[in-house]
Structure formats: structure tokens, C-alpha cells
Design a protein around this ligand. Structure first.
Ligand code: AMP
Length: 283
């Protein structure tokens, strides 16, 4: 595995790979890799000839007062995990080169970036779409793999790539969970032992929603009430949202309808904000 931190060097390397006729797959991450990330690398491995994993804790997607400074970082460990999962190039740019003084160009997907996650993190998706666009222009991939864990992000990136005619196929990989259902996240290390136990209520809520929908409940009001009861029993600091959207439009629905609905949650335990979601078949 080759480690590159210069933008120019990465672009030259990517150009050579493309000219040799090989397919490039990129996996953008903020590092502190876990099995969720390595599942994306393995998927990229299967669908391309050369896998580029990027590690960059992107300051523009963190709001003021968020966890940018304390976001977990461990490049030595990431190197091993990325290589073992099948990475050929590890791209680790510096903040100074990604965002030189005076940087003023941003990519925004309007509308859908302002709801749900966007309501609680107003500049978050602008940071995500900007950095992903930069990473796509630097690594020139045929495919880019993202996780369903960040469902709204995946929807927004697909829309960006389609609307800006970016020649990269976006692939979305399933959520990887712990044995008790908690979705893997670099932020799970923030949880105390007790918070970690209570955090299983997110997955339990999604399972409850799915069970209720299978047995005929169609009302989002009633589903939300049941979920709130379950979540409240786990004593979160705050439930930011419990939402049901049409996965094709990301519009919130009042009544769930076939064929599928996407249930999304954001819940805070202490200083840690967790998100999770489940694509539920509606009979
Ligand atoms: P992050 O490093 O948190 O920015 O995540 C990098 C990529 O990994 C994003 O596309 C995430 O959606 C994806 N990801 C994070 N956690 C998981 C998980 N538990 N399962 C699958 N993909 C994940």
C-alpha cells in the first residue's frame, strides 16, 4: 500500500492508473477505521482494480462547538486496517493543502441539505459535498463507496454527482452493526459504559418500527409515539428527530406506503450524538 499526502501526487498517480485502463474505486473516510469502513473498502476491492482509501478529518463539515478537535485519530492503526482490507493507496491530505488561506468555493445541494441532519447541523452537508467533490476530482474514481449509515449523506452525494454530471458511480454499502445492533461509528468511543448499553435503543426502535409496519401500522404519528416511548426509557439527553421519509425523494411522509420507507433517528447520549436508520419494506 502506498501512502500519499500531496494532492498533486495523488492526481498524477490517478491519471496514470486511468490511462492504464484500470478502474479506480475510492472510499472517503475521516479515519479511526472500524469494520463499517473496512466493509466499504472490501466492496470497492470487488468492484474496481485499484482501491484508494482517503483519510481526512474535514473541518468544514463540523459546526462550531462540535467535536472536530477531539474527533478520534489513529493513523498507525488505520494504516494496518486499510491495507488488510485491500487498500492500494492511502490518501491523507493536510488541512492546509485542502483548504489554503482564503478558500471560498463550496458545493451545496439545496433543499435536502437543510432538513433532518441539516436542521441540527446547518453547515454540515455543505462541508461534506465540498470535500467529496474535491476528493473525486483528486482521485478520479470510476466508483465511490459510501455507507448507508449516513443515509441522508448518501442521498445528497448521489444527487450532487447526477446533477453536476460527475463521471463517478456512487455505491452505497449496508450498515455494519455490533452484536447488539448498535451501528459501528468512530464516535462510539465517546460513550461511557452505561451510555453504550442505553445506545442499543436506537436499533431497537428501528426494529420496533419495522415490526409495527409489518403488522399493518401506517401512521407516522403512532409509530413515532411508540419509538419515543422506547427511546425515553433509555434516558437520552435529547432525541433530535424520529423521521420517516420516502427513500426516493427524502421527503417526510405522514403515512408510510409501499414499497419502502426509510426510518431515521438522531439521539444524544451525554455529549455523543448518534444517528441510525433502517430501510423498511412496506407490505
Ligand atoms: P466517516 O469516517 O464517519 O466519515 O465514514 C466514512 C464512510 O463510512 C461513510 O460513507 C459512512 O457512511 C461509512 N460508515 C460509517 N459507519 C458505518 C457503518 N457502521 N456501516 C457502514 N458504513 C459505515
Amino acid at each position: 500500500m502506498k501512502i500519499i499526502s500531496s494532492i498533486h501526487e495523488m492526481q498524477v498517480e490517478a491519471e496514470h492508473i486511468r490511462l492504464s485502463g484500470k478502474r479506480i474505486g475510492v472510499v472517503p473516510t475521516m479515519g479511526y477505521l472500524h469494520r463499517g469502513h473496512t466493509s466499504l473498502i472490501e466492496m470497492a476491492r470487488k468492484q474496481s482494480d485499484v482501491v484508494v482509501t482517503t483519510i481526512f478529518v474535514n473541518p468544514t463539515q463540523f459546526g462550531p462547538g462540535e467535536d472536530f478537535d477531539r474527533y478520534p485519530r489513529d493513523l498507525d492503526r488505520d494504516r494496518v486496517l486499510a491495507e488488510d482490507a485491500g487498500t492500494d493507496y492511502l490518501f491523507t491530505p493536510s488541512t492546509a493543502e485542502m483548504y489554503p488561506a482564503g478558500f471560498a468555493t463550496f458545493v451545496t445541494v439545496e433543499g435536502v441539505s437543510e432538513i433532518l441532519e441539516g436542521k441540527f447541523r446547518p453547515t454540515h452537508f455543505r462541508g461534506v459535498t465540498t470535500v467529496v467533490m474535491k476528493l473525486l476530482l483528486i482521485t478520479k474514481p470510476h466508483i465511490a463507496v459510501f455507507g448507508q449509515k449516513d443515509a441522508q449523506q448518501a442521498f445528497i452525494l448521489r444527487k450532487m454527482v447526477r446533477e453536476l454530471n460527475v463521471d463517478t458511480e456512487i455505491i452505497v454499502a449496508p450498515i455494519v452493526r455490533e452484536h447488539d445492533g448498535l451501528a459501528l461509528s468512530s464516535r462510539n468511543v465517546y460513550l461511557s459504559q452505561d451510555e453504550r448499553r442505553r445506545a442499543t435503543s436506537l436499533y431497537q426502535s428501528l426494529q420496533l418500527a419495522s415490526a409495527r409496519i409489518q403488522s399493518g401500522d401506517r401512521s407516522v404519528d403512532s409509530l413515532r409515539k411508540e419509538i419515543m416511548n422506547l427511546l425515553k426509557a433509555a434516558q437520552p439527553l435529547q432525541v433530535d428527530y424520529v423521521a420517516f421519509v420516502d427513500p426516493t425523494s427524502f421527503r417526510e411522509v405522514d403515512l408510510v406506503a409501499p414499497p419502502q420507507v426509510l426510518a431515521l433517528l438522531a439521539v444524544r447520549f451525554g455529549a455523543t450524538r448518534l444517528i441510525d436508520n433502517m430501510l423498511i419494506s412496506v407490505p
